[in-house]
Design a protein around this ligand. Structure first.
Ligand SMILES: C[S@@+](CC[C@H](N)C(=O)[O-])C[C@H]1O[C@@H](n2cnc3c(N)ncnc32)[C@H](O)[C@@H]1O
Length: 236
């Protein structure tokens, strides 16, 4: 099934959920999102050089951006981009050294060709699928701003290979979304959207094909926790 959602609506959802976004994420995933980000940082670390310039796409409140900039051995300059001003404001308020935030659309990046050695994206790919070519355009832009040999690393939920696990996750997510919807009436639709976008996102192989056909090569994929989430790594 193809998931279609109006872009303005997605924008509006993130503009609404920013105050509790991080804490609710930790609650809904039972803290697993923290572990998943750490796994991603390990993949980032593998092959990292000195003086890297990194772009974090769909950085939201900057949870990943700050962790990337905090690397001690090879400090990086990290630019976080997002199209939601309230999410970015929260990121800026907790700004740390070596980070800069820019408000823009991931499908039209305001950077010159070959600017970054590394581009990361955590839990944003799902939201770029609102239009047929949204995700392809965004990865095309990522390929454009990467230097030759630069790396793209993406962390995203994926379709779990076991039907039973998928059904159990579906039941759990519906219950959690129901509870949050009752507690935070204003954000009910937004959390419902986050759940449906998760349920209908690509499989690990489909996403690898999209990354490849959008202009990147040497696409590798890693299942984390048996396929609850996936990390894709690709090169320009
Ligand atoms: C689920 S949040 C993930 C945030 C953060 N990366 C994290 O790990 O918590 C997805 C983010 O992508 C942003 N986003 C969605 N579509 C976008 C687009 N077309 N351009 C820029 N940012 C976008 C949203 O505003 C939101 O902050």
């Amino acid at each position: 099934m193809f998931f279609a959602m109006d872009d303005n609506k997605i924008h509006h959802f993130f503009d609404r959920i920013w105050p509790l976004y991080e804490i609710l994420n930790h609650i809904i995933t039972l803290g697993l999102d923290i572990i998943w980000r750490n796994v991603m940082l390990h993949v980032v670390k593998d092959g990292i050089g000195a003086e890297e310039r990194c772009l974090d796409v769909g950085c939201g409140t900057g949870e990943m951006t700050r962790q990337l900039a905090r690397r001690k051995r090879f400090p990086m300059r990290v630019v976080g981009i997002d199209f939601s001003m309230p999410m970015l404001r929260k990121a800026v308020r907790r700004n740390s050294e070596n980070t800069t935030y820019v408000m823009c659309d991931a499908r039209l990046l305001p950077f010159a060709d070959c600017t970054f050695n590394l581009v990361t994206m955590a839990f944003a790919a799902r939201n770029l699928r609102s239009e047929n070519s949204g995700l392809t355009n965004a990865i095309g832009e990522i390929a454009r701003v990467l230097v030759k040999g630069g790396r793209f690393i993406n962390l995203e939920t994926t379709q779990h290979p076991s039907q039973l696990t998928k059904t159990l996750i579906g039941i759990y997510a519906r219950i959690m979304v129901g509870i949050i919807g009752r507690l935070l009436r204003g954000s009910r639709e937004a959390y419902h959207y986050l759940y449906t976008s998760y349920r209908e996102f690509y499989s690990i192989h489909e996403l690898a094909n999209i990354i490849h056909s959008s202009g990147l090569s040497h696409v590798e994929m890693y299942k984390v926790m048996g396929g609850l989430v996936a990390i894709h790594r690709a090169c320009k």
